[in-house]
Design a protein around this ligand. Structure first.
Ligand code: ASP
Length: 326
């Protein structure tokens, strides 16, 4: 039976064309993107195009993501073998992790995009889309959850980060590397990302507000005094989950009012839980109710906390769920 892949376009550089002012804006449809990919006809796939949005990715909201999850569900229910989402690269890592958490089942869900828009020499969009389609159609990608395919690399949604503003190799999975590569058009996956954790898209998904607050040398907690109105917070600590001592009482006060997840601005590695015990250390902060993010970086921790709060999860459930990402 012919495999059926759906390409869902959401905008981004991959879909951008010049406007009157000389900059680029998203205009191209999913059909346009597919028309620019050579060799699709030889793949023996039934490819369906669906244009859901035409947005620069910083403007994607949780309402858009909830609509995307429903659209993916429809394609899977209609017998889809795999789904490829195209969007701007700036927030790919957040969309991909949201889908990893919320699309149940084994159907591959791949997110891709481009760093060079179609009017530049050597645009990478068509190659990324072709590689994404090949991965979405591959039996090897089944059950792996959300994936980001970029520059012929296949990354797990829960690990991947955009680490360069302009390079076509902007996506890396710090400390782990990609799950595999697309070699001569064949997805070759050598590792797996481990067990998934699936959550519903809760009824409060468009209402919840979770902030990310960084700390830095010399911080006295001034920003943390301005978080009223948030439902939860991710603290991007230094190192393995630390803050300057003057921040501690302010943070403890916030943590008494809302869940605060402790992540790291370091860029790779897991949060420590029982090594340092000075004021502002991870032992001190966990003792004051902060919840360590495990291996999740601050922006992925924000997505997970957002989804948990959207379903009114208790602190115990939140702590237990984050522990699964350690
Ligand atoms: N620079 C972005 C991109 O790669 C713009 C966006 O994220 O929409 O698509």
């Amino acid at each position: 039976m012919t495999k059926r892949i759906t390409v869902i376009a959401m905008g981004g550089t991959i879909a951008m064309t010049p406007d009157a002012g000389g900059g680029v804006v998203p205009t191209l449809t999913a059909d346009d993107l597919l028309a620019a990919v050579p060799g699709l006809a030889e793949l023996d796939l039934e490819i369906t195009a669906r244009t859901l949005f035409s947005l620069p990715s910083p403007s994607i909201t949780f309402a858009h993501l909830a609509t995307l999850v429903s659209a993916i569900g429809e394609e899977i229910a209609a017998g889809g073998t795999g789904v490829v989402i195209t969007q701007g690269t700036d927030t790919i890592e957040e969309t991909a992790f949201f889908l990893d958490l919320t699309v149940p089942g084994d159907t591959p869900v791949v997110v891709t995009g481009a760093m060079r828009h179609p009017s530049l020499a050597g645009p990478d969009g068509p190659a990324n889309l072709l590689a994404g389609i090949r991965v979405a159609a591959s039996p090897a990608a089944r059950g792996l959850g959300g994936l980001v395919v970029f520059a012929d690399e296949v990354h797990a949604a829960r690990l991947v980060r955009k680490t360069h503003t302009a390079s076509t190799g902007a996506f890396v999975s710090p400390g782990f590397g990609p799950l595999g590569l697309v070699v001569e058009g064949e997805p070759r996956l050598l590792t797996t990302p481990g067990a998934r954790h699936c959550l519903p898209v809760g009824p409060r998904v468009t209402e919840v507000r979770v902030g990310v607050v960084p700390t830095a040398l010399g911080d006295d907690g001034a920003l943390l005094r301005c978080v009223d109105g948030f439902d939860g917070l991710v603290l991007a600590g230094v190192g393995a989950g630390h803050v300057p001592e003057p921040v501690v009482p302010v943070l403890a006060d916030v943590a008494a009012r809302m869940p605060v997840v402790l992540a790291s601005r370091a860029g790779a590695g897991a949060m420590l839980t029982h090594t340092y015990s000075y004021p502002g250390s991870e032992v001190d902060l966990i003792g004051r109710g902060l919840i360590p993010s495990g291996f999740l970086d601050p922006y992925k921790a924000r997505i997970l906390l957002h989804l948990l709060l959207a379903s009114d999860a208790s602190r115990t459930e939140i702590t237990r769920t984050f522990a699964r990402f350690g």
